[in-house]
Design a binder for this molecule. Structure first.
Ligand code: DC
Length: 221
């Protein structure tokens, strides 16, 4: 069984922060699959590809030199900041709704975990589609107001201006698109452990997930 901790949930639920900390605690690598969809979106915007053209976007996902080890690179360029900008954030749900794009990126995600013997993988469809046999699936949630507050804090920390109402509207729009799309919609797997982080500190969430991982994951090979 592949030692994958699948971490899914809506934007602002704390997935990235928690996944990083859990991976460090367990000595596993971490994969941010949202960053992959964001890189493809950035490449599409830069190349002027029609965001409704699934086949063209699938080709782009296949040919883009996408590297997520030690930063985020597109064709050798550091795009860590560019993929968090407002243009990419506004367009990423449209791009990630195309089955042709998902097919390519899901294959890469499986390959990433196989070559490492596992890891912490975070996204929207990790426990449902990418690793349906993962020994531990976590679904993080938090109420909308708290998620908007957290995202606004992230944006401000990254020197991007963020009005909390704009952030909340963007989160609600993306959640709606991500949860209602036909291909791999955001939803908790039937066997996921749902963790509502609204009233929890980051440390509490991490400790809870690490404890679950010790119970569910087999010993390292
Ligand atoms: O986690 P994030 O906000 O960086 O993700 C950006 C977008 O990518 C999100 O709105 C939906 C999409 N996504 C997806 O469809 N499937 C994943 N496994 C991860 C992200």
């Amino acid at each position: 069984m592949i030692r994958v901790v699948a971490v899914d949930g809506p934007a602002g639920s704390g997935k990235s922060t928690v996944s990083q900390a859990v991976a460090t605690a367990l000595g596993l690598a971490v994969l941010d699959t949202g960053a992959m969809y964001r890189v493809v979106t950035l490449a599409a915007l830069e190349a002027g590809v029609d965001l409704d053209d699934g086949a063209a976007l699938g080709d782009l996902a296949r040919t883009a030199a996408l590297d997520l080890d030690g930063g985020v690179r597109l064709d050798g360029r550091d795009v860590r900041d560019a993929i968090r900008g407002p243009e990419v954030t506004a367009a990423v749900s449209r791009v990630s709704a195309h089955p042709a794009v998902r097919e390519v990126l899901v294959a890469r995600q499986r390959e990433w975990a196989t070559t490492r013997g596992g890891g912490v993988v975070e996204g929207r469809d990790i426990g449902t589609v990418v690793f349906p046999d993962a020994p531990l699936k976590i679904y993080l949630t938090a109420d909308e107001v708290e998620r908007a507050r957290r995202r606004q804090r992230d944006e401000t920390a990254a020197d991007r201006t963020a009005d909390v109402r704009t952030v909340a509207a963007d989160l609600a729009r993306r959640d709606r698109m991500d949860a209602t799309r036909a291909a791999s919609p955001l939803t908790a797997a039937a066997d996921a452990v749902v963790v509502d982080t609204t009233a929890m500190t980051r440390e509490e969430v991490v400790a809870h997930v690490v404890e679950l991982a010790h119970r569910h994951l087999g010993p390292a090979a």
